[in-house]
Design a protein around this ligand. Structure first.
Ligand SMILES: [Zn+2]
Length: 273
């Protein structure tokens, strides 16, 4: 099974831009961690107009801090080890979950695949970014291809794939949020009408209940499925976890004891998925 070629090809001076960390051959589950990294290479940094202090503050707000660790702990605790697909670059490089074109509603606030605005709607890059095409070619497209292949591999090995998208969100709404006025429960589950079966959602509700109230699609909705499969292949099921950050962090970025409980809950979902 091929697990590393695309990572090598899409790397930069800091190494692979994303990693597929193998799980058990019989596991259909991929824990997808797109927003946990703060890494921005110097060449990409050059296209960002913030000074260093402002960039650090923006990374505090935009990064789903310690979600890699959350997924790693859950993987270790699960009786059958899930696979992990981890973005090793900041979402300020590219956001792999956004559509790279006009389909993306977040383009309205400068947060398509290549962000041009901060969480407070201040300038982040030139509009349009001078390096947008290069960023999409170097980071966005290889990531999408590698994730598609990871899903294909799980289907080939197990007959299905279960994508659990691992995110967190700030307890107080940021100005960029398009749906920030809705409820902000401790656990938000994002679902898709085609790809989230009732049983997967029921398992998730049960697994995350120990963390507090579980809400659906508020304040963030939907879940990530590679375009090749999206709306087409029912063997690919998916669910997004958006954990409110105060559940496991002293915001913005310092983990507290809630991280262990969150990892146990995620492991419980993996076990049932
Ligand atoms: Zn996220």
């Amino acid at each position: 099974m091929d697990t590393s070629d695309s990572s090598v090809r899409s790397g930069d001076e800091h190494g692979p831009a994303h990693r597929l960390i193998p799980g058990a051959a019989r596991s259909p589950v991929i824990l997808h961690v797109p927003h946990g990294s703060r890494t921005i290479t110097p060449g990409v940094r050059a296209g960002i107009v913030l000074d260093d202090a402002a960039l650090e503050r923006e990374l505090d707000l935009i990064t789903d801090a310690h979600t890699q660790e959350l997924a790693e702990r859950a993987a270790r605790a699960a009786p059958v080890t899930p696979w992990r697909f981890v973005n090793a670059r900041s979402r300020l490089v590219v956001d792999p979950e956004r559509f790279p074109d006009e389909r993306e509603e977040m383009r309205a606030v400068g947060m398509g695949a290549v962000y041009t605005r901060t969480t407070h709607r201040a300038p982040l890059r030139a509009e349009p970014p001078w390096d947008e095409d290069a960023l999409l070619a170097r980071y966005f497209e290889p990531y999408a291809q590698a994730m598609t292949r990871a899903v294909a591999d799980r289907i080939a090995a197990t007959g299905r794939a279960v994508i659990i998208d691992v995110h967190s969100y700030p307890s107080r709404a940021l100005p960029y949020e398009l749906h920030g006025s809705g409820p902000r429960p401790p656990v938000c589950l994002g679902t898709d009408p085609f790809h989230t079966p009732a049983a997967l959602l029921a398992h998730a509700r049960e697994a995350f209940a120990p963390l507090g109230e579980v809400g659906l699609n508020t304040p963030f909705a939907g879940t990530y499925v590679p375009l090749r499969y999206y709306g087409e292949d029912p063997r690919v099921t998916a669910l997004m976890l958006e954990l409110r950050r105060d559940v496991y962090l002293d915001e913005p970025v310092t983990p507290h004891e809630g991280l262990a409980a969150a990892a146990a809950a995620l492991a419980d979902l993996v076990r049932q998925a």
